[in-house]
Structure formats: structure tokens, C-alpha cells
Ligand binder design. Sequence first.
Ligand code: SF4
Length: 479
Amino acid sequence: MTTETILKSGNGKGSKQAVEQALAALPQPIAAYTPDTSPVRADVNLKDRTLWLCRMPYGGSRMLAAAFCSIGLDTHVTPDEDARTLELGAKYTSGDECYPQRIVLGDYLKLLEDQGLEPRKTAFLLPTANGPCRFGQYVGLLRRVLDELGYHDVEILSFTSADGYAGIGEQAGELIRTAWRAVLVQDILLKLLLMTRPYEVEPGSTDRVYLECLDLMGEIIARQKIPHKERMVALKAGLRRCKEKFSVIPVKKEDRPLIGVVGEIFCRLNTFANNELIRHIEAQGGECWLAGVGEWVWYTNAEAFRRHREEKRRFRKEWLKTFLTARIMHKDEKALLEDFREVFASRPEPHIHELLEYARPYLPQEGAMGEMVLSTGGAIYLYHQGADGIVDISPFTCMNGIVTEAIYPRVSKDHENIPIRVFYFDGTNRDLDRDVGIFLELARTYKRRKKIPGRGKWSAGKISRTPEQEARPGYSPTT
Ligand code: SF4
């Protein structure tokens, strides 16, 4: 605001000097990062360092770590989160930060403070984005805290699609393809886990198989210097083996309410962050259908197409790049899901445009960004797939949860009053079982009266006899 504007708006009252003094007393805006001061460095040296990844979810990070290993980087997933994670996270934050930020910060500091990792041999992965929320601030805060504590030598690998993944160097293309496959493998294994575990006869048998499958698939993803084609053959063979392992887990027949799980990506996928909400739901008689990691990747792709359209860049170089990326992503997705058509026939993942269109009457993609759109569209998609209730997992104070919580009553009213509830998490202990119990009662009541039929459940152990119902809708990047 200029002095003239203030003088005009103030009806000419006050001298020019007084106004200038008042303006000078205002806090000065902090300059945005410049290339020199940015916490995101393009010349990160990962040679002779161990790269650490936080859990989102554990299995997904294991697969992603394997993808980094495939280009020769020694990469590991952070150990189990615990009270110390929260203690360290809270110690170096003010309380204004998001809950996921505290967990990530706490986990990384725990490695340095408690395990005494050598800073010169350590690097942390923390992607960034220019999105509408606080996620873009994570990396700056981590850098600041590390520097304040004297860990200047710790590197942060913080690539973003905006810089062409410069932080990874010349192997970026190879890594991105393998990482996408790792995401797909993670989503497939997690889906198998969630479809089987609630029905297992022997407690713990599904988790055991899941961990074995992570080992098996991690080894294939981590193989170095093999062509993409050869890796795909090995991945498909590995996944078939996983399918067999899950299919022989003894299961019992039970009629459980199907609960769709949407929400903020870190909190819904990191089981520590959400106090193992899914296990609580399973323990009280439900089965969960959780939105995976791939959904977010497809969303960023759809967003890139939207921006190309808005900026009238269709059929130009950038558009072509996005188009080709989508084609390759789709090709890999189709190949890896090919052997799971029957198994996932009752749990088909949505086409990203389907989600965006379902959300449109409430939150149009052009006006709202991020997970609030996906959670709203996802909730409606899951309703159409016969879910008996929707749970939205959100960090406390996260704007996504705040927005969706305001929208859900209307979404529910428009969809047979399907129960939808936001579960907030902030690291404090709470009586989850009571809230889950009440919610499942609502879901059971809805299940008895709903008009949309359920899709049934996959009966583990009877894969060959499950009829093929439908393949996942194909992806057309030009739509
Ligand atoms: S989505 Fe919410 S919790 Fe996640 S980074 Fe953004 S504001 Fe924070």
C-alpha cells in the first residue's frame, strides 16, 4: 500500500509523515528464496552418503528406497516412529507446523541425535512442491533446524518436478521410471494386505506374507544396471508370486462393512501418524479400502495437463513431455495390474478424471487444489463402489480436512446419507476405539438400508474361481 493510497483512504486525515512512519513500523515482507538462498540445492552430493526416507507408508518407502538403490544410492527407511519422534519434532517446531512435518523432522533428528549418524555421510529425502499448503515449507524448516543444531554437512535431497529432478542428476530419468513402478508395486501389495488381513484365520499371517513380499519385490526393484524391459518381466513374475502367497493364507467367511479411507496423504498412509486407525477398524469388524500413493501421482499429471490447457500450451514441447510421461506411466500400470484383474475386480481403482468429476459439484479442480479435491471425489467414488462408510484421515489443523469436513454433510446428503467422518490426529493419545465403534455402527446401519449394492469381497484362497468383473478403466491422457 502506498502513502498516497493510505492518505486517500484515510479521508485526508493525518500527515504524510505520520503515515510514512506508520508504514515503516510495519514488519517488512520476507523475500522469497532466491536460487542462492534456496534450501533446495541442485548440486546435492550423494556420493558416499546414506540416503534416508521417512515412511509413507512403510512398504511404499521400502519400495522407493529400493528404486534409489537401483541407481547405486545406499538408501534406507527410517526406523519405527515412537514417542522420541514426537518429542524431537515438537522440540524444534513452534506448534504452527503440520503434524506430518513434526513426525518427519523428529524421525530425521532421531537418527542424528540418538543413533549418532555421521553428518558427512548422511542425506535425507524430503520432496517439495509449490502447492497451496504448508508442504512447501517443510524443506526450509528442516534445513534451518539442521543448521541451527550444527548439522551443516547433512544433505537434503529435495527434488521437485519443477526443476526437472535436478537433484538426482543424470540418472533422474531411470530413477523416475523405476520409482513409478515401485509406487505401483506398493499399491498392489497394500491392497492385497487390506483385502486379506481382516479375514485371516491366524492373526499375523497376512502381515507376515506382506513383509515377505516387500523383501521379494524390494530385491527386484533394487537390481542395478538392468534394462526397464527386463525389470518389468521380473516385477511381473515377482508379483505373481506375491499373489500366490496371499491366496493361500487361510481366511474365514465374514460379512464386514467396507470402509473407504481417504484424506491427507502422509497421515492416511503413515500408520504411526494415524494411530493405526485401519487396524482399529479391522479389529472392530470392518474392512478398509485405502486410497493409495498412485492416486497422487496421477493427480499431479492431471494438474499438469490442466495448466497446459490454461496456458494454451497444448501440443507444445511441455505438453508433449507430460503426454509421453502419462503414456509410459499408463503402460507400466497396465502391465503390472494385468495379473490382478480378477483379484481386484471388486476393488477397482478409479481413473483420476472420474475422481475429479465426482468432486466437481463441490470442489471444482480449477478452483481448489490438492487432497481436498481427491478426498471429496474419492468419497463419492467409494460410495458408488458400494462402500458402507467413509473415513477421512486428517492431521489436526490441516486445511484439507477442514475444507472436506465442511463439505461432507452435503456430500453425504446427496448420497443416501452415507456416513462420512473426519478423524483428526495430532500425536495425542485418544480413545480411538470408542469413535471407531460408533462409526462402524452407523456404517452397519447404512449397509442394511443402502440402495447401491456392494461389490462383494475378494475371497482369498479362491482366486481362480473369482469371476472377472471389470478391468481398471483405461487412461487417455488427452481427455
Ligand atoms: S496437506 Fe495439510 S498436513 Fe499436509 S502439508 Fe499440507 S497443510 Fe500440512
